[in-house]
Design a protein around this ligand. Structure first.
Ligand SMILES: NC(=O)c1ccc[n+]([C@@H]2O[C@H](COP(=O)([O-])OP(=O)(O)OC[C@H]3O[C@@H](n4cnc5c(N)ncnc54)[C@H](OP(=O)(O)O)[C@@H]3O)[C@@H](O)[C@H]2O)c1
Length: 221
């Protein structure tokens, strides 16, 4: 989990640790990562497999790397870590190109030359890494309290069908979430825009956890 001591990364790490996954919380500061890992164990209230490590060690040790850094830090983070990636790894991009990353409003996104943050991430990591967009519409506020199911759906898109299937399985570790196969990686463009809309709803309705539910179809099993 790159940026795993932050809001979104912490919430996802917490949910997956509780679901029984081995989680490496990554940070630019190992101390911050270790602290976040301790808080995850305390919040879980029982032994879980979570370690706080540097971002470099997180990439070196994990099979699935999840990036939850602000959009402004996405390219630099992945570029720096590129030599650590291994063939066959999966990269899940959760970052959204919200305007806030350049000092603007969280209710709008910035134009991304690659089309979306997910597609941009794919241009940076080695092409032997399966890049997936997912969890961009799940609020950190929903994730941080494991006593409550999250009550939202997760769109998962990728050009790598196997990577997509593995990430759809990861969704099942988050109580209340349902994963939907959202097609190829270019659909990151739409998925990321939805986050800006959800932020706008949060502001208008004075909440922190607006989410999304799909009706009319059953999610993949
Ligand atoms: N918060 C949400 O509800 C939510 C929901 C969906 C998607 N997202 C997306 O998830 C991403 C993270 O959001 P967040 O709210 O978790 O953000 P955050 O707490 O502000 O930042 C996450 C982590 O990113 C790292 N970071 C910050 N600036 C950095 C830099 N310049 N270079 C490298 N690393 C840096 C920090 O980790 P270290 O200092 O420990 O290295 C920080 O803890 C964003 O792209 C956001 O759009 C957020």
């Amino acid at each position: 989990m790159l940026g795993g001591a932050g809001e979104e990364g912490f919430g996802l790490a917490l949910r997956w640790a509780i679901a029984g996954h081995q989680v490496f919380v990554g940070s630019r500061s190992t101390d911050r990562a270790v602290e976040a890992a301790k808080t995850i164990t305390q919040t879980a209230g029982r032994p879980v497999r979570v370690s706080g490590v540097s971002n470099e060690n997180a990439v070196a040790q994990a099979d699935i790397v999840v990036v939850t850094v602000p959009f402004a830090a996405l390219i630099e983070t992945l570029r720096t870590l590129k030599p650590k990636f291994r063939s066959g790894q999966i990269l899940v991009n959760v970052s959204v190109p919200l305007e806030t990353s350049i000092g603007g409003r969280a209710t709008r996104t910035v134009g991304v030359w690659a089309g979306s943050a997910g597609e941009l991430a794919a241009t940076v990591v080695p092409n032997t890494v399966g890049v997936v967009t997912a969890f961009n519409n799940v609020s950190a506020e929903l994730l941080k309290d494991p006593s409550k199911p999250v009550d939202c759906d997760v769109f998962v898109c990728s050009n790598d069908e196997n990577a997509k299937k593995i990430v759809l399985d990861l969704v099942k570790g988050i109580a209340g979430a349902r994963g939907f196969d959202a097609g190829g990686l270019e659909n990151s463009r739409t998925i990321e825009q939805i986050t800006a809309l959800l932020v706008s709803l949060n502001i208008r309705y004075k909440v922190k956890s607006a989410g999304l539910r799909v009706t009319g179809i059953s999610p993949v099993s």
